[in-house]
Design a protein around this ligand. Structure first.
Ligand SMILES: Cc1cc2nc3c(=O)[nH]c(=O)nc-3n(C[C@H](O)[C@H](O)[C@H](O)COP(=O)(O)O)c2cc1C
Length: 230
C-alpha cells in the first residue's frame, strides 16, 4: 500500500542490495510517471528514461561507474538510465538541476511504494551507450536502480545521517561562523557576545546549541569557542 509523502521522504535511503522480488509493472510505471511529471526550466523536459529489467543487461550496467559505484544495479529488480542530449557548458547547469529533480521524484515515488532505489554515476559512457543503445547525440547521466531492499524494508529513519537542522536552516538571515572568536569552549548556560548579539549556549554531546536570546533563533555548531573575558 502506498505511504504518505512525508513518510516516504523520511524512509527513503540509498539501497545497495536488493531482494529477488520483482517490481509490479504498474508500480514501475508510476515511478517513471513521477519522473515524467518533474518540473524543469521553461518546461524543456530534457530527459528520456531507458528502463532495464533484463538480468544480463542489469549485470552489464552494474559496471558503468568506476570503483564499484554501480554494483547495486546487479541485484536490482529494475534500473532506469536517465538519458539526455549532450549539453554544452551553458546549459549543463540547468540540465543537471532538472535531471536531479526527475531522479528525486522517481526515488520518492518508489519510496512511497516501499521500493528502494540508488543512484549510480556513469563514468563509462561507452558501456552505457552499448547497453542502452543510445544514439550518438545522447548520453546517460545517471543510472538509478530500483527494487525491494534485501536487508530490511524501508521504514522511518528517525536520526538521518545529515547535518543538524539548525545548522542547515538559516532563518531571516545568515548567522556568521563563531568558530574563530577564540577563547574557551562554551559550557551549558554560558552567555557570550562575540559580535554584538547576546547569545545563550547549551552544550549537547559534542555540539553546542547557540540561541540568540533576542530573536529566539537557535542553531547547532561544533567546537564553539567564546572570547577570553567569558
Ligand atoms: C548526484 C549523485 C550521484 C551519486 N552517485 C552514486 C554512485 O555512483 N554510487 C552510489 O552507490 N551512490 C551514489 N549516490 C548516492 C549517495 O551516495 C547517497 O545519496 C548519499 O550517500 C546519502 O545516502 P542516504 O540517502 O542513504 O543517506 C549518488 C547521489 C547523488 C545525489
Amino acid at each position: 500500500m502506498a505511504v504518505p509523502t512525508w513518510e516516504a521522504i523520511r524512509s527513503r535511503r540509498n539501497v545497495r542490495s536488493y531482494s529477488d522480488a520483482p517490481i509490479a509493472g504498474d508500480h514501475l510505471d508510476e515511478i517513471l510517471e513521477a519522473g515524467r511529471r518533474a518540473p524543469s526550466s521553461q518546461n524543456w523536459q530534457p530527459w528520456d528514461f531507458v528502463v532495464i529489467v533484463d538480468r544480463p543487461a542489469l549485470l552489464s550496467l552494474s559496471e558503468v561507474q568506476g570503483h564499484g559505484g554501480s554494483e547495486h544495479v546487479a541485484s536490482a529488480a529494475s534500473a532506469v538510465g536517465v538519458v539526455a542530449a549532450v549539453a554544452d557548458e551553458g546549459s549543463a547547469r540547468r540540465l543537471y538541476f532538472d535531471l536531479g529533480q526527475a531522479v528525486m521524484s522517481m526515488m520518492l515515488a518508489a519510496a512511497g511504494l516501499k521500493i528502494g532505489s540508488c543512484h549510480a554515476g556513469v563514468s563509462d559512457q561507452g558501456l552505457a551507450r552499448k547497453v542502452l543503445r543510445l544514439p550518438a547525440d545522447r548520453f546517460c547521466a545517471y543510472v538509478i536502480s530500483f527494487g525491494y531492499p534485501a536487508d530490511r524494508e524501508l521504514t522511518l529513519i528517525r536520526h538521518p545521517d545529515r547535518r543538524a537542522f539548525e545548522q542547515v536552516v538559516h532563518r531571516d538571515q545568515w548567522l556568521g561562523d563563531l568558530d574563530d572568536v577564540g577563547g574557551h569552549q562554551l559550557r551549558v548556560g554560558d552567555v557570550q557576545d562575540p559580535d554584538g548579539a547576546v547569545r545563550l549556549a547549551a552544550a549537547i554531546g559534542g555540539r553546542t546549541r547557540i540561541k540568540d536570546v533576542k530573536t529566539g533563533i537557535s542553531r547547532v555548531q561544533r567546537n564553539v569557542r567564546v572570547p577570553e573575558h567569558h
